[in-house]
Design a protein. Structure first.
Length: 282
């Protein structure tokens, strides 16, 4: 069996697929790739089914050694040192090294055949919050590579937009607890410019700015939470839930972020600016 050996893991590198949907009633979150579009594209470039596992790399730094020739591709944040948005062959004995991306946060590395680690509850995704799935990669880890019956797509390059460091405009719709906030608070949410806090992670994007006042005090009985929920803790500063969000939460959800925009938010870096809008952003 073909294998990849982790030489350097970088800040955080995990195996990801589309996660474990439909198990929230058991207290199990979906998890999976934070930027689902980038994960899907990486698989497509090497001829994989979209459900096969890729490696999600945070801020570069991953180095892998292969024992046989493999076809790989990277998407998401562009890392120096390798071709991007284009499949290429990594030769046996050759080490792939991802540099620090100048923009964006998460890079997806697909290998033809997928990263074939043992699934847990039907998924190979690493859930940082619950600890389910394979652990974050460390130097010395060996990753088996599967096979793909699909033909190679013969694509030279995928001409898609890449993450940038510019201010991100994100579409929101009112959430189930919009009534906990008056119109002035909603206007503040959708007019001010937030900044991404350094405490952000795969659970959620934490934002800093002017706090939103509530109409109601106290907390809710815990309610179900989903990817894209914009939750308002007592600080009045929103948290946008990403892939490893908790299954339930007791803070009001003022809004939901459009699903495609959640992918874009998964590429936000600390210090980057975000503004919410109620109009479609395309």
């Amino acid at each position: 069996m073909t294998t990849l050996t982790v030489v350097e893991a970088g800040a955080l590198s995990t195996v990801q697929d589309f996660g474990r949907p439909g198990q929230a009633a058991l207290g199990i979150g979906r998890s999976g790739a934070c930027d689902r579009g980038a994960h899907r594209l990486a698989n497509a470039l090497v001829g994989n089914h979209p459900t096969l596992a890729t490696i999600e790399v945070t801020l570069g730094g991953l180095a892998l050694l292969t024992d046989e020739d493999v076809v790989v591709a990277t998407t998401g944040a562009r890392c120096p040192g390798v071709p991007h948005l284009a499949p290429f062959t990594l030769a046996a004995g050759e080490t792939l090294r991802l540099g620090f991306p100048p923009a964006g946060l998460r890079t997806y590395l697909a290998v033809r055949g997928g990263v074939d680690v043992e699934p847990v509850l039907g998924s190979r995704a690493s859930d940082i919050l619950s600890g389910l799935g394979p652990p974050p990669l460390e130097a010395g880890h060996t990753l088996p590579v599967g096979t793909s019956p699909r033909p190679e797509p013969g694509v030279d390059v995928a001409p898609v937009p890449e993450p940038s460091g510019d201010r991100l405009l994100v579409q929101v719709t009112p959430g189930p607890r919009r009534d906990w906030f008056d119109d002035a608070a909603w206007d503040l949410l959708t007019s001010q410019v937030y900044e991404v806090d350094s405490q952000s992670n795969r659970v959620g994007v934490r934002l800093t700015g002017d706090p939103l006042p509530r109409l109601r005090e106290g907390e809710l009985v815990s309610e179900g939470m989903v990817r894209g929920a914009l939750q308002m803790p007592p600080s009045g500063l929103p948290v946008l839930f990403l892939a490893d969000h908790p299954v339930t939460g007791g803070y009001p959800v003022i809004a939901y972020v459009d699903d495609l925009d959640v992918d874009r938010c998964a590429q936000l870096r600390p210090g980057q600016e975000v503004r919410f809008t109620t109009t479609a952003v395309r």
